[in-house]
Ligand binder design. Structure first.
Ligand code: PEP
Ligand code: MN
Length: 265
């Protein structure tokens, strides 16, 4: 909980040191929901980097609602992320679902993502807390602010101070027009309660690519420190989360629209 200065999370990517925090530029993280092939992840990395993203996202292990849905390419996807990292110089963020994969994921990832569905997996939180990798902690589907901060506290208490909180929409009652409801008020509420950097994921929050830019603008206006956005070379063909993914021209346009509002470079 809040005690003094805003904290900074510094990440050493192959090309530069990026700092997440209140007194730093808004850090844009972009990439597909799932890493689908080496070609698509390298292509995406180069395109999002050219448009101004600082980190490449992409799931190797996917927490799908249905066990019959695509579960991610696992270790092969990690190899492809490593290639994308060396080709683009971007930092890598990818989800850890199981502590058994923590070591291999850590060999590629600069930031470990804990997904919404694992926000209260306390044994996993303790394990990422025992590493020195920055952790991107997504808010649970129905988690209160207090629940979420207590989960962050598990990581901090285990010795890892590098936590970024990510609001990604919470469950309300509409399932048709929005996938989740983006809790913009979480930004000023957290600002007052915690020193940790705050990220917003307008892609999972809305489930619809056409809503992503307006929600990102709202998030910047409310004071977020980072944005995570899903980008896919061909959203219609995506193996997961196509409807909420921006294509490359959409992402370029997105960056043009948000840049005047925030501090980016
Ligand atoms: C994701 O980032 O692709 C993801 C599964 O996010 P969340 O955990 O927020 O649903
Ligand atoms: Mn996704």
């Amino acid at each position: 909980f809040r005690n003094g200065e805003p904290s900074e999370v510094k990440v050493f990517t192959p090309s530069e040191t990026i700092t997440f925090g209140q007194n730093h530029p808004v850090v844009v993280i972009a990439g597909p929901c799932s890493v689908e092939s080496e070609e698509m992840i390298v292509d995406t990395a180069l395109k999002v980097k050219a448009a101004g993203a600082k980190f490449l996202r992409g799931g190797a292990y996917k927490p799908r609602t249905s066990p019959y849905a695509f579960q991610g390419h696992g270790e092969s996807a990690l190899d492809w992320l490593a290639t994308a990292k060396s080709v683009s110089g971007l930092g890598i963020i990818t989800e850890v679902m199981d502590a058994a994969e923590l070591e291999i994921i850590s060999s590629v990832a600069d930031i470990l993502q804990i997904g919404a569905r694992n926000m209260q997996n306390f044994s996993l939180l303790k394990k990422v807390g025992a590493t020195n990798k920055p952790v991107f902690l997504k808010r649970g589907l129905s988690a209160t602010i207090e629940d979420w901060l207590m989960s962050a506290e598990y990581i901090l208490a285990a010795g890892n101070p590098n936590v970024i909180l990510c609001e990604r929409g919470i469950r309300t009652f509409d399932r048709e027009y929005t996938r989740n409801t983006l809790d913009i008020s979480a930004i000023p509420v957290l600002r007052n309660l915690t020193h940790l950097p705050i990220a917003i994921d307008p892609s999972h929050a809305t489930g619809k690519s056409e809503l992503v830019t307006s929600m990102a603008l709202a998030a910047i206006a409310a004071g977020c420190d980072s944005l995570m956005v899903e980008v896919h070379p061909n959203p219609q063909k995506a193996l997961s989360d196509g409807p909420q993914s921006l294509n490359f021209p959409n992402f370029e346009q997105f960056m043009k629209e948000i840049t005047p509002l925030g501090k980016f470079f």
